[in-house]
Design a protein around this ligand. Structure first.
Ligand code: PLP
Length: 451
């Protein structure tokens, strides 16, 4: 009989053209992909390897999630050991030690009194969980009129109905009906005129938070449940928060008793040099969502961290009563928890968050060296995140970025991510200074190639 490793290799190696038909890929140009697929077969540390063995430098930590790098031995062993010991355990009325250990560990890493964790399986589920908990909190607290949710233009909060309703990406919203009622949006925080080529937090834009006052005045605070923002908007082209913006949002929420939710699905676990962006900005929200890098992308997992005030408001009534009618079959899955515990050990033992802070200036300077290349309209960097806006080809919006992403992978051995006409890089936090040089060099060559 063939070994699992051998059959895996076989699956990678002998895909016939028709084998590409059945899988409808998410957020993908499927027809073009199937003509010219971008396939990976293996990964280790900073690299993917194609089925024919070509090394591809991972410029995006998979999908902003593999922050510890790929196939790290400690994480692989932890998943294997957990699978052999306890494969699955229901979290409805039952528990297992790994889930409790991980929740305590996360609570200790979170700011303020965000001391309670509700697990789910993705960023989208984390967002919908956060919105539901916010609404239910006001209900159990006797302020059931607080039902309005406020998101932000250009926000990305996953693809659940809650997430696309508070999100601000027209393409993710327009085909899906009327969405959630009672949602409003803050203006986005990007201005090329005032912020172009900024490293770190732009000086201009804190005043945009004041629009929350206008929205609250329009609807009355007694109808507003929560505001949700990404501390750094990632998926719409990397929009770092203007200096003072998040602090101002917190002040306005406090003034009106509105809950503040930070969607930290990409900013969590070191991407901006701290366990959470909340720490970088010294702003404590009432709820934090997380996913992705909690276990370096190895097993699907998401969750929310909630304040004791919110959690405790539910803990009343008869003891045998379920306090929150919400949850998922795979909430706190043992494999995901084991992977997360091993990942958090790696982050700590290799000091990867502080390392990110140390690398940030060199990374920012390297990215800015691409200023002046053909079609480069703006470059933004923050933590280990970089984005480059390219000028659109007049005949085909998005085509230049698409070509850059495709050529980077096929011809230059580099994986990047694109949204609209923006190229984004968010490498694993283990990247070396030499590899930063290599990444930026490859990006430069790609940008010249598509000019
Ligand atoms: N929220 C933010 C800020 C994200 O960036 C993402 C994904 O990129 C999500 C939510 C959705 O996460 P998932 O794709 O795991 O559902």
């Amino acid at each position: 009989s063939t070994s699992p490793a051998a059959s895996l290799r076989a699956a990678n190696d002998v895909l016939a053209p028709n084998d590409l038909e059945a899988w409808w890929l998410p957020f993908t140009a499927n027809r073009s992909f199937k003509r010219r697929p971008r396939m990976v077969a293996r990964a280790k540390d900073m690299h993917y390897y194609t089925p024919d063995g070509r090394a591809v430098l991972d410029g995006v930590a998979g999908l902003w999630c593999c922050n510890a790098g790929h196939n790290r031995d400690a994480i692989v062993s932890a998943i294997q050991a957990q699978a052999a010991e306890l494969d699955y355990s229901p979290a409805f009325q039952f528990g297992h030690a790994g889930g409790f250990a991980l929740a305590s560990r996360l609570a200790a890493m979170a700011p303020g009194d965000l001391d309670h964790v509700f697990f789910c399986n993705s960023g989208s589920e984390a967002v919908d969980t956060a919105l539901k908990v916010a609404l239910a909190y006001w209900n159990v607290s006797g302020q059931g009129s607080r039902t309005r949710l406020i998101g932000r233009e250009r926000g990305y909060h996953g693809v659940g109905f809650g997430g696309i309703s508070v999100g601000g990406i027209v393409t993710n919203r327009k085909h899906f009906g009327t969405l959630l009622a009672g949602v409003d949006h803050l203006p986005h925080t990007y201005s090329r005129e005032h912020q172009a080529f900024s490293t770190g937090e732009p000086e201009w834009g804190a005043h945009l938070a004041d629009d929350l006052e206008r929205i609250v005045t329009l609807h009355d605070a007694s109808t507003v449940a929560a505001v949700i923002v990404e501390p750094m908007a990632g998926s719409t082209g990397v929009l770092p928060p203007p200096k003072g913006y998040l602090q101002r949002l917190r002040q306005i929420c406090d003034r009106h008793g509105i809950l503040l939710i930070f969607d930290e699905v990409i900013s969590g676990f070191g991407r901006l040099g701290h366990a959470f962006a909340a720490e970088r900005y010294g702003v404590t929200p009432d709820i934090i969502t997380f996913a992705k890098a909690v276990n370096s992308g190895t097993v699907p997992m998401g969750g929310i961290l909630v304040s004791s005030r919110i959690h405790d408001a539910f803990m009343k009534g008869p003891e045998q009563t379920i306090e929150l009618f919400h949850g998922y079959t795979y909430s706190g899955h043992p494999l995901a928890c084991a992977a997360a515990l091993a990942t958090l050990d790696l982050y700590r033992d290799e000091d990867l968050f502080a390392r990110t802070r140390r690398l940030e200036p060199a990374f920012g300077a390297a990215m800015m060296s691409l200023r002046g290349l053909p079609n480069v309209l703006d470059i933004r960097t923050l933590g280990l995140v970089g984005a480059i806006d390219l000028a659109s080809r007049p005949d085909a919006a998005g085509a230049r970025a698409f070509e850059a992403m495709d050529r980077a992978f096929q011809e230059h051995g580099l994986m990047i991510r694109i949204t609209g006409e923006t190229l984004a890089v968010t490498p694993p936090l283990i990247i070396s200074e030499d590899q930063i040089g290599e990444l930026v060099d490859k990006l430069g060559r790609v940008i010249r190639a598509v000019a």
